[in-house]
Design a protein. Structure first.
Length: 265
C-alpha cells in the first residue's frame, strides 16, 4: 500500500470506526477497491472482496490478512456470483453491514457515433444494473439476519457529471449510477444510507488510457497538480460508510483534485 500514500497521508484511519463491522467490496482485488478494503481492515473491520481473477484475489486477501478478509471470484453482473458472495460473507463473518459497489467496466473508447450497441448494453449491465442488484440482494440478506445494511457507497465518476471525450458512454452509465444513488437513498431511508463518490482520474489500470505517457500534462489540469491515487478515494469512502457520516445520504462527493472549481471561459 506504500505506493498509494501521498505526502501528509497515512495508511491507517483515524480510529476503529469499523470494529465489529463487515463490508463487501466489489471489484476489490486491486486499485480503488483494494485501497478501500485496506482502510476498512485498518479501522477494525472485516471485508469480503470480489473480482474476476481468483489469483489476484488471493494475493489481495494475503495483503489484507486471511483472518480479516475473504475473496470470492466472479463477474459483478452474474446473479450466481452475487448470491455466492453475499452467502459466503454471512457464512464466514455472520453479518453484513456495508456495501461498496466498486466494480465497473469501460471497454469502449471513442465517439458515441462509433459505439457498438452491444458494448453499450454491457456497460449498463455492469455499471448500473449490477449495482442495483448488489444493493437489493445485500439489503435483503442483512435484513434476514441482524440487519439492516447500514450504508452503501457507489463508485461513480466525474465522467457522470460532465462531457468526457472518448469515454462518453462510461459517463452515461455513471450519471445513471449517481441518480440511482439518489433514488435508493430515499427509498432505503431511514435504515440504510446510500452515497456515491465521483473520482477524477485516479492512477489505476482502468484509467491508464487517460494519462499513460502524458501524466504531467494530465495533472496540469488539477489545482492540486497531481493525479489521484487509490488512497485518495479510500479515505472519503471510509467516511461515507462510517457513522461519522450518519446524517449524510443521497450525496455524490467529488474527489477530483480541485478540477471542478475551474470553469472554462
Amino acid at each position: 500500500m506504500a505506493d498509494n500514500v501521498v505526502a501528509g497521508g497515512a495508511e491507517n484511519g483515524p480510529g476503529q470506526r469499523f470494529e465489529g463491522r463487515v463490508a463487501l467490496v466489489t471489484g476489490g482485488s486491486r486499485g480503488i477497491g483494494l485501497a478501500i478494503a485496506h482502510r476498512i481492515v485498518a479501522e477494525g473491520g472485516r471485508v469480503v472482496i470480489t473480482g474476476r481473477r481468483a489469483e489476484t484475489l488471493q494475493e489481495a486477501v494475503a495483503e489484507l490478512g486471511p483472518d480479516r478478509a475473504l475473496g470470492v471470484a466472479g463477474k459483478a453482473d452474474d446473479a450466481g456470483h452475487r448470491a455466492d458472495a453475499i452467502g459466503r460473507t454471512i457464512e464466514r463473518f455472520g453479518r453484513l453491514d456495508h456495501l461498496v459497489n466498486n466494480a465497473g467496466i469501460n471497454p469502449a473508447y471513442g465517439p458515441l457515433a462509433e459505439l457498438d450497441t452491444g458494448v453499450a448494453r454491457k456497460i449498463l449491465e455492469v455499471n448500473v444494473i449490477a449495482a442495483l442488484e448488489w444493493i437489493r440482494e445485500a439489503v435483503a440478506a442483512a435484513a434476514a439476519i441482524d440487519g439492516p445494511l447500514r450504508s452503501i457507497v457507489n463508485m461513480a465518476s466525474v465522467a457522470g457529471t460532465a462531457s468526457g471525450p472518448n469515454i462518453a458512454f462510461y459517463g452515461v452509465s455513471k450519471a445513471a449510477l449517481i441518480n440511482l444513488t439518489i433514488q435508493l437513498a430515499d427509498e432505503l431511508a431511514p435504515t440504510t444510507r446510500v452515497n456515491a463518490l465521483a473520482p477524477a482520474v485516479v492512477k489505476t489500470r482502468l484509467a491508464r488510457a487517460l494519462y499513460e505517457g502524458r501524466e504531467e500534462e494530465a495533472a496540469a489540469a488539477y489545482p492540486l497538480r497531481r493525479l489521484g491515487v487509490p488512497d485518495d478515494v479510500a479515505g472519503p469512502a471510509a467516511f461515507l460508510l462510517s457513522d461519522d457520516a450518519a446524517w449524510v445520504t443521497g450525496q455524490t462527493l467529488l474527489v477530483d483534485g480541485g478540477a471542478s472549481v475551474r470553469t472554462a471561459l
